[in-house]
Ligand binder design. Structure first.
Ligand code: B12
Ligand code: SF4
Length: 447
Protein backbone atom coordinates (compact mmCIF):
# COMPACT_ATOMS: atom_id res chain seq x y z
CA UNK A 1 0.00 0.00 0.00
CA UNK A 2 1.54 3.27 -0.98
CA UNK A 3 -1.06 5.53 -2.48
CA UNK A 4 -2.04 8.06 0.18
CA UNK A 5 -4.57 10.90 0.05
CA UNK A 6 -4.52 13.66 2.67
CA UNK A 7 -7.42 16.08 3.06
CA UNK A 8 -7.77 19.43 4.79
CA UNK A 9 -11.46 20.20 5.42
CA UNK A 10 -13.03 23.59 4.92
CA UNK A 11 -13.53 25.13 8.39
CA UNK A 12 -17.20 25.84 7.97
CA UNK A 13 -19.45 22.94 7.07
CA UNK A 14 -21.98 23.73 4.33
CA UNK A 15 -20.59 27.22 3.82
CA UNK A 16 -17.77 26.64 1.41
CA UNK A 17 -17.93 29.70 -0.78
CA UNK A 18 -14.96 31.51 0.72
CA UNK A 19 -11.24 30.94 0.74
CA UNK A 20 -10.96 31.30 4.49
CA UNK A 21 -7.33 31.61 5.52
CA UNK A 22 -3.80 32.70 4.76
CA UNK A 23 -2.44 29.63 6.56
CA UNK A 24 -1.66 26.40 4.74
CA UNK A 25 -2.04 23.13 6.66
CA UNK A 26 1.50 22.58 7.94
CA UNK A 27 0.44 19.26 9.52
CA UNK A 28 -0.47 17.88 6.10
CA UNK A 29 2.73 19.25 4.58
CA UNK A 30 4.77 17.57 7.30
CA UNK A 31 2.98 14.21 7.09
CA UNK A 32 3.02 14.19 3.31
CA UNK A 33 6.75 15.03 3.16
CA UNK A 34 7.52 12.26 5.64
CA UNK A 35 5.50 9.63 3.74
CA UNK A 36 7.05 10.71 0.43
CA UNK A 37 10.48 10.30 1.97
CA UNK A 38 9.45 6.71 2.73
CA UNK A 39 8.70 6.13 -0.97
CA UNK A 40 4.93 6.56 -0.81
CA UNK A 41 2.82 8.29 -3.40
CA UNK A 42 1.07 11.17 -1.61
CA UNK A 43 -1.59 13.56 -2.90
CA UNK A 44 -3.48 16.22 -0.98
CA UNK A 45 -6.83 17.93 -1.36
CA UNK A 46 -7.05 21.30 0.32
CA UNK A 47 -10.68 22.32 0.69
CA UNK A 48 -9.61 25.78 1.84
CA UNK A 49 -8.03 26.68 -1.49
CA UNK A 50 -10.42 24.51 -3.53
CA UNK A 51 -13.68 24.42 -1.62
CA UNK A 52 -15.77 23.16 -4.54
CA UNK A 53 -13.69 19.99 -5.09
CA UNK A 54 -15.80 16.92 -5.71
CA UNK A 55 -14.21 14.41 -3.33
CA UNK A 56 -15.84 11.40 -4.97
CA UNK A 57 -14.52 12.12 -8.46
CA UNK A 58 -11.07 12.98 -7.05
CA UNK A 59 -10.95 9.65 -5.26
CA UNK A 60 -11.98 7.86 -8.45
CA UNK A 61 -9.00 9.53 -10.16
CA UNK A 62 -6.43 9.14 -7.36
CA UNK A 63 -7.53 5.66 -6.22
CA UNK A 64 -5.94 6.03 -2.76
CA UNK A 65 -5.33 3.02 -0.53
CA UNK A 66 -5.97 5.13 2.56
CA UNK A 67 -7.37 8.61 3.24
CA UNK A 68 -6.08 10.80 6.09
CA UNK A 69 -7.97 13.87 7.23
CA UNK A 70 -6.77 16.64 9.49
CA UNK A 71 -9.21 18.01 12.04
CA UNK A 72 -9.43 20.65 14.71
CA UNK A 73 -12.55 20.76 16.87
CA UNK A 74 -14.17 23.50 14.82
CA UNK A 75 -13.76 21.71 11.50
CA UNK A 76 -14.76 18.28 12.80
CA UNK A 77 -18.32 18.59 11.33
CA UNK A 78 -16.72 19.22 7.91
CA UNK A 79 -14.32 16.29 8.37
CA UNK A 80 -17.23 14.05 9.31
CA UNK A 81 -19.15 15.03 6.22
CA UNK A 82 -16.15 14.08 4.07
CA UNK A 83 -15.63 10.64 5.64
CA UNK A 84 -19.36 9.88 5.40
CA UNK A 85 -19.24 10.74 1.73
CA UNK A 86 -16.16 8.56 1.19
CA UNK A 87 -17.68 5.57 2.99
CA UNK A 88 -20.94 5.87 1.02
CA UNK A 89 -19.03 5.29 -2.21
CA UNK A 90 -15.80 3.44 -1.40
CA UNK A 91 -14.34 0.81 0.87
CA UNK A 92 -11.19 2.75 1.79
CA UNK A 93 -9.71 3.00 5.30
CA UNK A 94 -10.14 6.48 6.81
CA UNK A 95 -7.84 8.03 9.41
CA UNK A 96 -8.34 11.23 11.38
CA UNK A 97 -5.45 13.18 12.93
CA UNK A 98 -4.92 16.63 14.47
CA UNK A 99 -6.09 18.36 17.64
CA UNK A 100 -9.67 17.06 17.74
CA UNK A 101 -9.05 13.29 17.45
CA UNK A 102 -6.06 13.74 19.78
CA UNK A 103 -8.33 15.15 22.48
CA UNK A 104 -11.35 12.88 21.81
CA UNK A 105 -9.99 9.68 20.22
CA UNK A 106 -12.71 7.37 21.50
CA UNK A 107 -15.62 9.68 20.73
CA UNK A 108 -14.28 10.28 17.22
CA UNK A 109 -13.96 6.53 16.61
CA UNK A 110 -17.60 6.04 17.53
CA UNK A 111 -18.43 7.43 14.10
CA UNK A 112 -18.89 4.45 11.77
CA UNK A 113 -17.13 6.24 8.87
CA UNK A 114 -13.86 6.72 10.81
CA UNK A 115 -11.65 3.62 11.03
CA UNK A 116 -8.53 4.95 12.79
CA UNK A 117 -7.29 7.98 14.67
CA UNK A 118 -3.73 9.09 15.28
CA UNK A 119 -3.20 10.71 18.66
CA UNK A 120 -0.70 13.61 18.72
CA UNK A 121 2.32 13.83 16.47
CA UNK A 122 1.45 12.00 13.27
CA UNK A 123 4.45 11.14 11.10
CA UNK A 124 5.75 7.85 12.51
CA UNK A 125 2.40 6.58 13.78
CA UNK A 126 0.64 7.12 10.45
CA UNK A 127 3.49 5.49 8.58
CA UNK A 128 3.39 2.46 10.89
CA UNK A 129 -0.36 2.16 10.39
CA UNK A 130 0.04 2.13 6.61
CA UNK A 131 2.71 -0.59 6.86
CA UNK A 132 0.57 -2.58 9.32
CA UNK A 133 -2.42 -2.49 6.96
CA UNK A 134 -0.20 -3.76 4.18
CA UNK A 135 1.39 -6.54 6.23
CA UNK A 136 -1.50 -7.47 8.50
CA UNK A 137 0.49 -6.41 11.58
CA UNK A 138 -1.36 -6.18 14.94
CA UNK A 139 -2.73 -2.69 15.62
CA UNK A 140 -2.09 -3.11 19.33
CA UNK A 141 1.64 -2.64 18.62
CA UNK A 142 1.30 0.79 17.05
CA UNK A 143 1.85 3.51 19.62
CA UNK A 144 -0.47 6.57 19.35
CA UNK A 145 -3.08 4.66 17.31
CA UNK A 146 -6.80 4.45 18.04
CA UNK A 147 -8.71 1.68 16.26
CA UNK A 148 -11.72 -0.65 16.35
CA UNK A 149 -11.68 -4.43 16.65
CA UNK A 150 -14.61 -6.82 17.09
CA UNK A 151 -16.93 -3.94 17.81
CA UNK A 152 -14.72 -2.40 20.55
CA UNK A 153 -12.67 0.79 20.50
CA UNK A 154 -9.01 0.75 21.58
CA UNK A 155 -6.49 3.54 22.08
CA UNK A 156 -2.82 2.65 22.43
CA UNK A 157 -0.42 4.60 24.66
CA UNK A 158 1.28 7.57 23.05
CA UNK A 159 4.76 7.27 21.62
CA UNK A 160 7.65 9.43 22.90
CA UNK A 161 8.10 12.72 21.05
CA UNK A 162 10.19 12.35 17.93
CA UNK A 163 13.53 13.99 17.28
CA UNK A 164 12.18 16.52 14.81
CA UNK A 165 15.56 16.99 13.19
CA UNK A 166 15.12 13.48 11.74
CA UNK A 167 12.11 14.65 9.72
CA UNK A 168 12.61 15.51 6.04
CA UNK A 169 12.46 19.11 4.89
CA UNK A 170 8.83 20.10 4.35
CA UNK A 171 7.62 19.73 0.78
CA UNK A 172 5.05 22.44 -0.03
CA UNK A 173 4.30 21.07 -3.49
CA UNK A 174 1.11 19.31 -2.31
CA UNK A 175 -0.67 22.65 -2.12
CA UNK A 176 -1.81 25.53 -4.26
CA UNK A 177 0.78 27.84 -2.70
CA UNK A 178 0.11 30.83 -4.97
CA UNK A 179 -3.37 31.22 -3.46
CA UNK A 180 -1.91 31.34 0.05
CA UNK A 181 0.90 33.65 -1.02
CA UNK A 182 -1.48 36.02 -2.73
CA UNK A 183 -3.91 36.12 0.20
CA UNK A 184 -1.09 36.40 2.75
CA UNK A 185 0.62 39.23 0.87
CA UNK A 186 -2.50 41.35 1.18
CA UNK A 187 -2.49 40.63 4.89
CA UNK A 188 1.19 41.09 5.73
CA UNK A 189 2.41 43.31 2.89
CA UNK A 190 5.09 41.08 1.37
CA UNK A 191 5.18 37.79 -0.57
CA UNK A 192 5.71 35.08 1.99
CA UNK A 193 5.14 31.46 2.89
CA UNK A 194 3.76 30.34 6.22
CA UNK A 195 6.10 27.99 8.06
CA UNK A 196 6.40 26.30 11.45
CA UNK A 197 9.96 25.75 12.67
CA UNK A 198 9.41 24.41 16.18
CA UNK A 199 6.91 22.24 18.03
CA UNK A 200 5.10 22.96 21.26
CA UNK A 201 5.29 25.93 23.57
CA UNK A 202 7.13 27.11 26.64
CA UNK A 203 3.86 27.73 28.52
CA UNK A 204 0.50 26.20 29.27
CA UNK A 205 -2.27 28.79 29.26
CA UNK A 206 -5.67 27.76 30.57
CA UNK A 207 -7.54 28.59 27.33
CA UNK A 208 -5.11 26.96 24.89
CA UNK A 209 -5.09 23.32 23.75
CA UNK A 210 -1.68 23.16 22.07
CA UNK A 211 -0.24 20.97 24.88
CA UNK A 212 -2.73 18.22 23.98
CA UNK A 213 -0.83 17.61 20.75
CA UNK A 214 2.65 18.66 21.85
CA UNK A 215 2.81 17.96 25.60
CA UNK A 216 4.80 20.33 27.76
CA UNK A 217 7.90 20.43 25.62
CA UNK A 218 9.23 23.12 23.33
CA UNK A 219 11.27 21.50 20.56
CA UNK A 220 12.96 23.16 17.62
CA UNK A 221 14.73 22.35 14.41
CA UNK A 222 18.42 23.21 14.40
CA UNK A 223 19.09 26.80 13.24
CA UNK A 224 21.44 25.56 10.46
CA UNK A 225 18.76 23.31 9.09
CA UNK A 226 15.99 25.90 9.27
CA UNK A 227 18.02 28.60 7.55
CA UNK A 228 19.13 26.29 4.70
CA UNK A 229 15.52 25.29 4.24
CA UNK A 230 14.28 28.89 4.19
CA UNK A 231 16.84 29.70 1.53
CA UNK A 232 15.56 26.87 -0.67
CA UNK A 233 11.90 27.82 -0.19
CA UNK A 234 12.58 31.49 -1.03
CA UNK A 235 14.11 30.51 -4.35
CA UNK A 236 11.52 27.87 -5.17
CA UNK A 237 8.46 30.03 -4.45
CA UNK A 238 9.92 33.43 -5.25
CA UNK A 239 8.99 34.82 -1.83
CA UNK A 240 10.62 37.59 0.18
CA UNK A 241 10.13 35.85 3.48
CA UNK A 242 8.02 33.95 5.99
CA UNK A 243 5.30 34.18 8.52
CA UNK A 244 6.26 31.76 11.26
CA UNK A 245 3.09 30.41 12.85
CA UNK A 246 4.89 28.69 15.71
CA UNK A 247 3.12 29.00 19.05
CA UNK A 248 5.93 31.25 20.20
CA UNK A 249 9.25 32.21 18.62
CA UNK A 250 10.69 34.51 21.27
CA UNK A 251 12.60 31.80 23.11
CA UNK A 252 15.91 33.56 23.55
CA UNK A 253 18.25 30.57 23.72
CA UNK A 254 16.95 29.32 20.37
CA UNK A 255 15.95 32.53 18.64
CA UNK A 256 19.27 34.37 19.03
CA UNK A 257 21.32 31.49 17.51
CA UNK A 258 18.69 31.29 14.75
CA UNK A 259 19.10 35.01 14.02
CA UNK A 260 22.90 34.67 14.04
CA UNK A 261 22.63 31.79 11.57
CA UNK A 262 20.57 33.98 9.22
CA UNK A 263 23.43 36.50 9.22
CA UNK A 264 26.06 33.76 8.88
CA UNK A 265 24.31 32.32 5.81
CA UNK A 266 23.76 35.89 4.50
CA UNK A 267 20.07 35.31 4.00
CA UNK A 268 18.21 38.45 3.05
CA UNK A 269 14.81 37.58 4.45
CA UNK A 270 11.78 39.35 5.92
CA UNK A 271 9.78 37.61 8.58
CA UNK A 272 7.00 37.85 11.12
CA UNK A 273 6.37 35.66 14.14
CA UNK A 274 4.43 35.30 17.38
CA UNK A 275 5.70 36.49 20.75
CA UNK A 276 5.04 36.19 24.45
CA UNK A 277 5.43 39.62 26.04
CA UNK A 278 7.35 38.27 29.04
CA UNK A 279 10.05 36.97 26.67
CA UNK A 280 10.49 40.23 24.78
CA UNK A 281 13.59 42.25 25.67
CA UNK A 282 15.82 44.74 23.86
CA UNK A 283 18.67 42.30 23.15
CA UNK A 284 16.29 39.77 21.59
CA UNK A 285 14.37 42.27 19.48
CA UNK A 286 17.60 43.91 18.25
CA UNK A 287 18.90 40.52 17.17
CA UNK A 288 15.58 39.58 15.49
CA UNK A 289 15.37 42.93 13.71
CA UNK A 290 18.93 42.55 12.38
CA UNK A 291 17.95 39.12 11.02
CA UNK A 292 14.94 40.47 9.11
CA UNK A 293 12.06 40.58 11.59
CA UNK A 294 9.53 43.09 10.28
CA UNK A 295 6.47 42.32 12.34
CA UNK A 296 5.98 40.87 15.79
CA UNK A 297 2.59 39.37 16.63
CA UNK A 298 2.03 39.96 20.31
CA UNK A 299 -0.22 37.63 22.32
CA UNK A 300 -1.67 40.37 24.53
CA UNK A 301 -5.18 38.89 25.01
CA UNK A 302 -6.52 41.30 27.65
CA UNK A 303 -5.84 44.55 29.53
CA UNK A 304 -7.07 43.13 32.80
CA UNK A 305 -4.47 41.54 35.08
CA UNK A 306 -7.28 39.57 36.69
CA UNK A 307 -8.25 38.04 33.34
CA UNK A 308 -4.61 37.37 32.44
CA UNK A 309 -4.30 35.46 35.69
CA UNK A 310 -7.41 33.46 34.90
CA UNK A 311 -5.86 32.66 31.51
CA UNK A 312 -2.73 31.43 33.23
CA UNK A 313 -0.77 33.61 30.81
CA UNK A 314 1.93 34.51 33.34
CA UNK A 315 2.07 38.03 31.93
CA UNK A 316 0.94 41.44 33.14
CA UNK A 317 -0.50 44.41 31.31
CA UNK A 318 2.67 46.37 32.18
CA UNK A 319 4.76 43.71 30.40
CA UNK A 320 2.50 44.06 27.36
CA UNK A 321 3.01 47.83 27.30
CA UNK A 322 6.77 47.36 27.67
CA UNK A 323 6.92 44.86 24.80
CA UNK A 324 5.11 47.29 22.50
CA UNK A 325 7.49 50.07 23.59
CA UNK A 326 10.62 48.00 22.89
CA UNK A 327 9.34 47.14 19.41
CA UNK A 328 8.57 50.79 18.71
CA UNK A 329 12.06 51.83 19.86
CA UNK A 330 13.65 49.21 17.63
CA UNK A 331 11.37 50.05 14.64
CA UNK A 332 9.69 46.65 14.54
CA UNK A 333 6.01 46.82 13.55
CA UNK A 334 3.57 45.21 15.92
CA UNK A 335 0.43 43.19 15.36
CA UNK A 336 -1.55 41.63 18.20
CA UNK A 337 -4.12 39.15 19.40
CA UNK A 338 -6.82 40.23 21.83
CA UNK A 339 -9.80 38.28 23.13
CA UNK A 340 -13.23 39.24 24.39
CA UNK A 341 -15.98 37.30 26.12
CA UNK A 342 -13.82 35.37 28.58
CA UNK A 343 -15.47 33.61 31.51
CA UNK A 344 -16.27 36.14 34.31
CA UNK A 345 -15.18 39.10 32.13
CA UNK A 346 -17.08 42.33 32.78
CA UNK A 347 -17.90 45.21 30.44
CA UNK A 348 -15.37 47.35 32.39
CA UNK A 349 -12.63 44.84 31.59
CA UNK A 350 -13.64 44.78 27.92
CA UNK A 351 -13.40 48.57 27.89
CA UNK A 352 -9.89 48.39 29.39
CA UNK A 353 -8.87 46.04 26.57
CA UNK A 354 -10.42 48.36 24.01
CA UNK A 355 -8.41 51.28 25.43
CA UNK A 356 -5.17 49.29 25.43
CA UNK A 357 -5.68 48.48 21.75
CA UNK A 358 -6.17 52.19 21.04
CA UNK A 359 -3.04 53.01 22.99
CA UNK A 360 -0.79 50.37 21.39
CA UNK A 361 -2.30 50.56 17.89
CA UNK A 362 -1.24 47.13 16.54
CA UNK A 363 -1.62 46.43 12.82
CA UNK A 364 -3.02 44.02 11.84
CA UNK A 365 -5.19 43.44 14.83
CA UNK A 366 -6.66 40.01 15.52
CA UNK A 367 -9.75 40.30 17.67
CA UNK A 368 -11.38 37.06 18.75
CA UNK A 369 -14.28 35.97 20.85
CA UNK A 370 -13.34 33.38 23.44
CA UNK A 371 -14.46 29.79 22.86
CA UNK A 372 -13.99 26.99 25.33
CA UNK A 373 -11.52 24.60 23.71
CA UNK A 374 -11.73 20.95 24.73
CA UNK A 375 -8.67 19.78 26.58
CA UNK A 376 -8.13 23.12 28.33
CA UNK A 377 -8.42 24.06 31.98
CA UNK A 378 -11.11 26.69 31.31
CA UNK A 379 -13.18 24.18 29.34
CA UNK A 380 -13.33 21.93 32.40
CA UNK A 381 -13.90 24.78 34.84
CA UNK A 382 -16.66 26.60 32.95
CA UNK A 383 -18.70 23.75 31.52
CA UNK A 384 -17.28 23.97 28.01
CA UNK A 385 -18.77 20.62 26.97
CA UNK A 386 -22.26 21.97 27.48
CA UNK A 387 -21.48 25.17 25.58
CA UNK A 388 -20.02 23.29 22.59
CA UNK A 389 -22.93 20.83 22.56
CA UNK A 390 -25.44 23.63 22.19
CA UNK A 391 -23.41 25.81 19.83
CA UNK A 392 -24.15 26.06 16.17
CA UNK A 393 -20.94 24.97 14.27
CA UNK A 394 -20.62 28.48 12.83
CA UNK A 395 -20.38 29.81 16.42
CA UNK A 396 -17.11 27.96 16.94
CA UNK A 397 -15.10 30.27 14.71
CA UNK A 398 -13.43 33.25 16.36
CA UNK A 399 -15.92 35.99 15.43
CA UNK A 400 -19.09 34.55 16.95
CA UNK A 401 -20.10 34.42 20.59
CA UNK A 402 -21.13 31.02 21.89
CA UNK A 403 -21.53 31.72 25.63
CA UNK A 404 -22.19 34.35 28.24
CA UNK A 405 -19.28 35.47 30.43
CA UNK A 406 -21.49 35.44 33.53
CA UNK A 407 -21.75 39.22 33.94
CA UNK A 408 -22.24 39.73 30.16
CA UNK A 409 -24.78 37.77 28.10
CA UNK A 410 -23.79 35.96 24.90
CA UNK A 411 -25.80 38.47 22.84
CA UNK A 412 -24.12 41.43 24.51
CA UNK A 413 -20.64 39.91 24.03
CA UNK A 414 -21.44 39.72 20.32
CA UNK A 415 -22.69 43.29 20.25
CA UNK A 416 -19.62 44.65 22.07
CA UNK A 417 -17.26 42.62 19.90
CA UNK A 418 -18.98 43.77 16.69
CA UNK A 419 -18.82 47.40 17.75
CA UNK A 420 -15.12 47.10 18.66
CA UNK A 421 -14.39 45.51 15.26
CA UNK A 422 -16.45 48.18 13.58
CA UNK A 423 -14.34 50.88 15.27
CA UNK A 424 -10.90 49.38 14.57
CA UNK A 425 -11.47 47.60 11.30
CA UNK A 426 -14.07 49.73 9.53
CA UNK A 427 -13.22 53.10 11.15
CA UNK A 428 -16.72 53.20 12.62
CA UNK A 429 -17.86 55.19 15.64
CA UNK A 430 -16.51 54.58 19.13
CA UNK A 431 -18.30 51.80 21.05
CA UNK A 432 -20.74 53.12 23.64
CA UNK A 433 -19.46 51.37 26.75
CA UNK A 434 -21.77 53.39 29.00
CA UNK A 435 -24.73 51.91 27.20
CA UNK A 436 -23.20 48.38 27.29
CA UNK A 437 -22.73 48.72 31.06
CA UNK A 438 -26.33 49.83 31.42
CA UNK A 439 -27.58 46.80 29.45
CA UNK A 440 -25.35 44.42 31.44
CA UNK A 441 -26.54 45.73 34.80
CA UNK A 442 -30.15 45.62 33.62
CA UNK A 443 -29.66 41.99 32.53
CA UNK A 444 -28.02 41.19 35.87
CA UNK A 445 -30.92 42.71 37.77
CA UNK A 446 -33.35 40.51 35.85
CA UNK A 447 -31.49 37.24 36.68
C1 B12 B 1 -1.02 27.55 12.52
C2 B12 B 1 -2.30 27.35 13.31
C3 B12 B 1 -3.48 27.71 12.68
C4 B12 B 1 -3.55 28.12 11.23
C5 B12 B 1 -3.54 26.87 10.32
C6 B12 B 1 -4.33 25.71 10.86
C7 B12 B 1 -4.13 24.40 10.12
N1 B12 B 1 -5.20 23.80 9.67
O1 B12 B 1 -3.04 23.92 9.95
C8 B12 B 1 -4.85 28.96 11.18
C9 B12 B 1 -4.49 30.43 11.37
C10 B12 B 1 -5.73 28.83 9.95
C11 B12 B 1 -5.55 28.46 12.43
C12 B12 B 1 -6.87 28.71 12.65
C13 B12 B 1 -7.52 28.30 13.79
N2 B12 B 1 -6.99 27.64 14.83
CO1 B12 B 1 -5.17 27.09 14.93
N3 B12 B 1 -3.40 26.68 15.28
C14 B12 B 1 -2.29 26.81 14.62
C15 B12 B 1 -1.08 26.39 15.48
C16 B12 B 1 -0.46 27.64 16.12
C17 B12 B 1 0.01 25.61 14.75
C18 B12 B 1 -0.51 24.43 13.90
C19 B12 B 1 0.59 23.84 13.10
O2 B12 B 1 0.71 24.09 11.92
N4 B12 B 1 1.45 23.06 13.74
C20 B12 B 1 2.53 22.34 13.07
C21 B12 B 1 1.99 21.04 12.46
C22 B12 B 1 3.15 20.15 12.06
O3 B12 B 1 1.22 20.39 13.47
P1 B12 B 1 -0.31 19.92 13.30
O4 B12 B 1 -1.01 20.70 12.29
O5 B12 B 1 -0.91 19.81 14.64
O6 B12 B 1 -0.12 18.42 12.72
C23 B12 B 1 0.48 17.36 13.44
C24 B12 B 1 -0.50 16.53 14.29
O7 B12 B 1 -1.60 17.26 14.78
C25 B12 B 1 -0.90 15.40 13.40
N5 B12 B 1 -1.93 15.60 12.37
C26 B12 B 1 -2.54 16.71 11.93
N6 B12 B 1 -3.38 16.41 10.92
C27 B12 B 1 -3.31 15.09 10.71
C28 B12 B 1 -3.98 14.26 9.79
C29 B12 B 1 -3.70 12.91 9.81
C30 B12 B 1 -4.39 12.02 8.84
C31 B12 B 1 -2.78 12.36 10.74
C32 B12 B 1 -2.51 10.92 10.75
C33 B12 B 1 -2.13 13.18 11.67
C34 B12 B 1 -2.40 14.55 11.63
O8 B12 B 1 0.32 15.13 12.72
C35 B12 B 1 0.95 16.39 12.37
C36 B12 B 1 2.44 16.21 12.33
O9 B12 B 1 2.94 15.71 13.54
C37 B12 B 1 -1.78 25.48 16.54
C38 B12 B 1 -1.10 25.41 17.91
C39 B12 B 1 0.06 24.45 17.84
N7 B12 B 1 1.20 24.87 18.26
O10 B12 B 1 -0.09 23.33 17.38
C40 B12 B 1 -3.17 26.10 16.63
C41 B12 B 1 -4.40 25.22 16.93
C42 B12 B 1 -4.31 23.96 16.12
N8 B12 B 1 -5.50 26.07 16.45
C43 B12 B 1 -6.52 26.04 17.21
C44 B12 B 1 -7.71 26.78 16.99
C45 B12 B 1 -8.75 26.72 18.09
C46 B12 B 1 -7.91 27.51 15.83
C47 B12 B 1 -9.17 28.31 15.47
C48 B12 B 1 -10.47 27.59 15.75
C49 B12 B 1 -9.11 29.64 16.19
C50 B12 B 1 -10.42 30.37 16.10
N9 B12 B 1 -11.10 30.46 17.24
O11 B12 B 1 -10.79 30.78 15.05
C51 B12 B 1 -8.98 28.57 13.96
C52 B12 B 1 -9.76 27.56 13.11
C53 B12 B 1 -10.17 28.03 11.77
C54 B12 B 1 -9.93 26.91 10.76
N10 B12 B 1 -10.54 25.76 10.91
O12 B12 B 1 -9.16 27.10 9.87
C55 B12 B 1 -6.33 25.10 18.38
C56 B12 B 1 -7.06 23.76 18.12
C57 B12 B 1 -7.73 23.22 19.35
C58 B12 B 1 -8.83 22.29 18.99
N11 B12 B 1 -9.36 21.61 19.98
O13 B12 B 1 -9.25 22.18 17.88
C59 B12 B 1 -4.78 25.01 18.46
C60 B12 B 1 -4.24 23.70 19.05
C61 B12 B 1 -4.29 26.22 19.29
C62 B12 B 1 -5.08 26.48 20.55
N12 B12 B 1 -5.54 27.69 20.72
O14 B12 B 1 -5.29 25.64 21.36
N13 B12 B 1 -4.72 27.80 13.25
S1 SF4 C 1 -1.65 30.66 24.34
FE1 SF4 C 1 0.33 30.90 23.37
S2 SF4 C 1 1.77 31.02 25.11
FE2 SF4 C 1 -0.13 30.15 25.92
S3 SF4 C 1 0.17 27.91 25.80
FE3 SF4 C 1 -0.93 28.56 23.93
S4 SF4 C 1 0.65 28.89 22.41
FE4 SF4 C 1 1.66 28.85 24.43
Amino acid sequence: MSNILLIRPHPVVDDTKNFPTESPPIGIISLGSFLRSKGMDVKAIDLCTDPQTDIVSEILKIKPDIVGISSMTCDFPSALKIVDQIKRHFDIPTVLGGAHPTIFPKEVLQNPSIDYVIIGEGEYAFHELIIALKNDKAFSEIASLGYKENGSIFTNPRRPFIDINTLPFPDYSFLDNEKYIDFGERYLGFRHLVAVISRGCTNRCSFCAQHQVWGNQFRFFSPERVVSELKRLMQEYNVEGFWFKDSVLTVKNWTIPFCEEISRQKLNVKWACLARVDQVDKELIKSMKKAGLVKLWIGAESASDRILQLLNKWITVDQTRKAFRICKDECVDTAAFFMFGLPTETVDEMELTFELIRETNPKPLHLAIYHPLPGTELYEKYNGADVIKHANPRELVFDMACMSTGPVSKELVQEIYDSICNYFIKNGSKPDFKEFKRIASFQEARV
